[in-house]
Design a binder for this molecule. Structure first.
Ligand code: A3P
Length: 273
């Protein structure tokens, strides 16, 4: 796609690039790609395929809203444009910047059991390290210091959902942020997606017919009349074995933060106590 509006002429009448009316703001490694890909099954949703990183990166934000709009897919006037950039959730400047663009924008946050998220994050970071001669840090070396959970490890801080959520609530009313349970989205996507459809004011169009369980992948894949599609191999990576005492430490560390997060969002999660 060209990134200016010169292609408008070649699209059906009424189709153009629009600013998003709904944004998936995070959390990294909680199923942000799965959620957006599944929502795209809805005929009233158009979604940007890349992470735009508009609000969290100065070099992009400084280009202005028209640059952002031109990164969006073509849509009809009755469709909802969406994008997902998981770094938005943890970047301090982002809530007020999004509010400034559109105070009525709908925000979607997907979360997952915090300790599993740290391990998933670690697995992703480690998968990028290509230099096989340089041994990568073990999970324990990053996540634990002097026998306690280390907040020096960014992945540990990212899973403190309550702390980051506070900053969003300073700017947006709670009912403008819909929280998706990422663990449930993995096991049974349709009910979680129906709640998002309700939040976005859309009819329920995503159904069980849109999914089949792929035994090899161990995850649901998507289908409609035209296509059948699993997420890329980088989604649903095997996690390393972590010793039980480390898991225990992390569970204890997150317990009070999780309780506060449940309070803030008015939801209960099936997370370890
Ligand atoms: P793991 O690779 O740790 O299993 P994100 O897109 O935000 O990076 O999230 C990646 C996570 O999405 C994966 O983490 C995986 O568990 C989860 N996920 C949820 N539904 C999925 C699906 N249908 N197919 C593959 N991964 C899915």
């Amino acid at each position: 796609d060209m990134d200016d509006d010169s292609m408008d002429l070649f699209h059906p009448k009424g189709m153009k690039r629009r600013l998003p009316q709904a944004i998936i703001i995070g959390v990294r490694k909680c199923g942000t790609r799965a959620l957006l890909a599944m929502l795209k099954l809805h005929p009233k949703i158009q979604a940007a395929s890349d992470e735009i990183h508009f609000f969290d990166r100065e070099e992009n934000y400084s280009r202005g809203l028209d640059w952002y709009r031109r990164r969006m897919p073509y849509s009809f006037p009755d469709q909802i444009t969406m994008e997902k950039s998981p770094a938005y959730f943890i970047t301090d400047e982002v809530p007020s910047r999004i509010y400034e663009m559109d105070p009525s924008v709908k925000l979607v946050l997907i979360v997952r059991e915090p300790t599993t998220r740290v391990i998933s994050d670690y697995t992703q970071i480690h998968s990028h390290k290509t230099d096989k001669n340089k041994p990568h840090s073990k999970f324990e070396e990053l996540a634990i210091q002097d026998g306690e959970v280390s907040i020096k490890f960014k992945a540990v801080r990212t899973s403190n959902y309550a702390k980051h959520f506070d900053k969003w609530l300073d700017v947006f009313p709670k009912d403008q942020i819909h929280v998706v349970d990422g663990d449930k989205l993995i096991l049974n996507p349709v009910p979680e997606l129906q709640k998002v459809e309700d939040f976005l004011g859309l009819d329920h169009k995503i159904t069980y017919d849109n999914f089949y369980f792929n035994e090899t992948r161990g995850f649901y894949c998507m289908k409609d009349d035209l296509m059948s599609k699993c997420l890329s191999e980088s989604k649903g990576r095997p996690h390393p074995y972590i010793e039980p005492w480390i898991l225990q430490k992390l569970h204890e560390f997150y317990r009070p933060h999780n309780a506060r997060f449940e309070e803030l969002v008015g939801m209960k999660f099936d997370w370890p106590q």
